[in-house]
Design a protein around this ligand. Structure first.
Ligand SMILES: Nc1nc2c(ncn2[C@@H]2O[C@H](COP(=O)(O)OP(=O)(O)OP(=O)(O)O)[C@@H](O)[C@H]2O)c(=O)[nH]1
Ligand SMILES: [Mg+2]
Length: 232
């Protein structure tokens, strides 16, 4: 039986809201590699919530997917940027809901020609963000070692905000900073992103797993709301 989505674009809950019983860490029962495409508008034909991972090339999108699922080799990671060129979906069967994790190609990869970046990458991502019928939330990844979002990050963030895609912000590679620098970076990004009161980006390390429970709790909460049966 297909899950019925009650989530609506633009009307979604925000990261800081509390609703229902406290969220617990999602238990994953099964993971399979699903739909993969390089064609704009070619969406998965299964209507389950999609969680999309957005961020510049090499920021750690594929590593975050592997860390959240605790599968080391699910999404391909690489030291050389530009590894993920296609939209790749992973079907996650959890105890809360079944959903797709969507690994998107990173932006800002200098070696890809401008024409390809604008005509192919741009169309692929823009069409996905604007038209994907089951996109539940975008996870915007930002490197914690920067002082704030870069110019390209801002372009992406403005795109998501214009498309009314609810967004969670994750600061990657948090193991690279000591505790006090990490706290300062979280405060700086919170200010720069102008997040509503009580919300903050989640510092995450794919190396140590720090941030995993906090991020899963936020996703768990969104998935519960998206897949609950509406009252008659
Ligand atoms: N220390 C540390 N390194 C990380 C972390 N996350 C990712 N990396 C490293 O950063 C590099 C890029 O990681 P990927 O996950 O492949 O990045 P990506 O965003 O998927 O890159 P593209 O597919 O090119 O867009 C790899 O060398 C990872 O090992 C982290 O939390 N801590
Ligand atoms: Mg990748």
């Amino acid at each position: 039986m297909r899950l019925r989505l009650v989530f609506r674009r633009g009307g979604g809950p925000t990261q800081g809201e509390v609703c229902g019983p406290p969220a617990s860490t999602v238990k994953i029962q099964d993971i399979t590699v699903g739909h993969t495409t390089t064609r704009p508008g070619d969406f998965p034909d299964e209507a389950i919530p999609e969680i999309a991972f957005l961020g510049r090339s090499n920021v750690g999108k594929s590593s975050l997917i592997n860390s959240l699922t605790q599968r080391r080799k699910l999404a391909r990671t690489s030291k050389s940027p530009g590894r993920t060129q296609a939209i790749r979906c992973f079907r996650i069967v959890g105890d809360v809901a079944t959903c797709f994790f969507v690994d998107l190609p990173g932006y800002g990869y200098a070696k890809v020609s401008r024409k390809i970046r604008e005509e192919q990458w741009g169309k692929l991502i823009e069409t996905y963000l604007q038209r994907s019928p089951n996109l539940l939330v975008g996870i915007q990844l930002l490197d914690i070692r920067r002082d704030g979002p870069t110019k390209l990050d801002w372009q992406m963030i403005e795109w998501s905000r214009a498309s009314e895609v609810p967004t969670l912000y994750v600061l990657t590679k948090s193991d690279k900073l000591g505790q006090s620098k990490r706290a300062k970076a979280v405060a700086a990004f919170t200010r720069a992103l102008d997040l509503p009161d009580g919300e903050r980006p989640i510092p995450y390390s794919a190396v140590t797993g720090a941030g995993r429970t906090e991020l899963w709790d936020a996703l768990d909460d969104l998935l519960r709301r998206a897949t609950q049966t509406p009252a008659a």
